[in-house]
Design a protein. Structure first.
Length: 333
């Protein structure tokens, strides 16, 4: 069952030269972990927030975003409130920015249960303690009485995860949930998210710039560049046989999570900003395979290539050519 569906979603601001999001189509099903990867500025966080009906002020929005069947584009306040309190929840990258520093952890966790869902204080406290235990925090009663500054970053991120689960959402939106944490704590938080997702059959959309991390935890990956999806495939297929030059570039410039060190190959140039536009493929100025007069003239559309969908004018040619190939970006890994 599809929990989250973006259908040709576009988000534009009048002062910008190009859309923030341009024709994004993406799906997350119940029990599935889907990753959306790309460099900073590619539009990933705007995509995640759209699943809660949170669009930039003054933005022009086209297409649809459906959460459990409810279209959030143009939805009324009651529909938005229903999705935000009962269907979907967001986990942000900086846990200290998500909590009030002068209120106790227990108040943070129980307030929505009491004010939105009408639970008694005793019921809400019991639920909060249960969730703190579920996310791996020992002695929940003690933590309920603590303030955010008394907890480490990893402990506080577990509190934020518990808060996201208070209303039993069916969909979790995780916007770089481990970026502010050290490597060992990142692994612990991802393990907690993975366990909770499997136990509860949640749909999970993971936003990350780290394609290696995405490959380690997700079922499918969408790759975004300059507000457009340029490739999507099952994780094994995308990781071993990238078909878009940008995907191969991300893999070639990312250090592996395990195994021996490898020589990294950074992507040349810089991502396209919102004040820049191009008539053709946005990645063409950075792409070693770009063909003048073709790649810089019209934007490529997503096309099916085996188990993947790829937006590249030269995908079929590059796949058939013996050398140079996209595999050369990742063959040393």
């Amino acid at each position: 069952m599809t929990l989250l569906a973006y259908e040709d979603l576009s988000v534009s601001l009048p002062a910008m030269a190009r859309p923030i999001l341009d024709g994004v189509t993406l799906r997350v099903s119940a029990g599935e972990v889907v990753a959306l990867v790309g460099e900073s500025g590619s539009g990933k966080s705007v995509t995640a927030r759209a699943a809660l009906g949170l669009f930039p002020a003054g933005a022009e929005v086209g297409g649809r975003v459906r959460v459990d069947g409810t279209d959030l584009v143009g939805a009324d306040a009651a529909s938005l409130r229903h999705v935000r309190t009962d269907r979907a929840a967001m986990i942000y990258q900086d846990p200290r920015a998500a909590v009030n520093p002068v209120r106790r952890v227990g108040d943070f966790l129980t307030e929505p249960l009491r004010l939105v869902h009408g639970w008694s204080r005793a019921q809400a406290d019991a639920r909060a303690a249960e969730l703190l235990g579920a996310v791996g925090l020992p002695d929940p009663a003690r933590h309920l009485n603590q303030y955010p500054h008394e907890l480490s970053g990893g402990m506080l991120q577990r509190v934020v995860i518990a808060a996201a689960l208070t209303a039993e959402p069916r969909l979790l939106l995780c916007d770089e949930p481990t970026t502010a944490l050290d490597v060992s704590t990142q692994a612990e938080i991802l393990a907690v998210l993975g366990r909770l997702q499997r136990e509860r059959g949640l749909g999970l959309l993971l936003i990350t710039h780290d394609i290696e991390l995405a490959a380690a935890v997700s079922d499918r990956i969408y790759v975004m560049y300059a507000g457009r999806i340029v490739e999507t495939a099952p994780v094994g297929e995308l990781f071993t046989s990238p078909r878009h030059p940008y995907t191969a570039g991300l893999l070639g410039s990312a250090p592996p999570l395990d195994g021996p060190p490898v020589r990294l190959t950074p992507i040349p140039g810089a991502p396209m900003g919102l004040l820049e536009s191009a008539p053709g493929c946005a990645f063409a100025p950075r792409c070693r395979f770009a063909e003048p007069g073709r790649c810089d003239q019209s934007p490529p559309l997503l096309q099916r290539h085996g188990p993947a969908e790829v937006a590249c004018h030269r995908t079929a040619e590059l796949a058939a050519a013996p050398a140079p190939s996209l595999a050369s970006r990742t063959e040393d890994r």
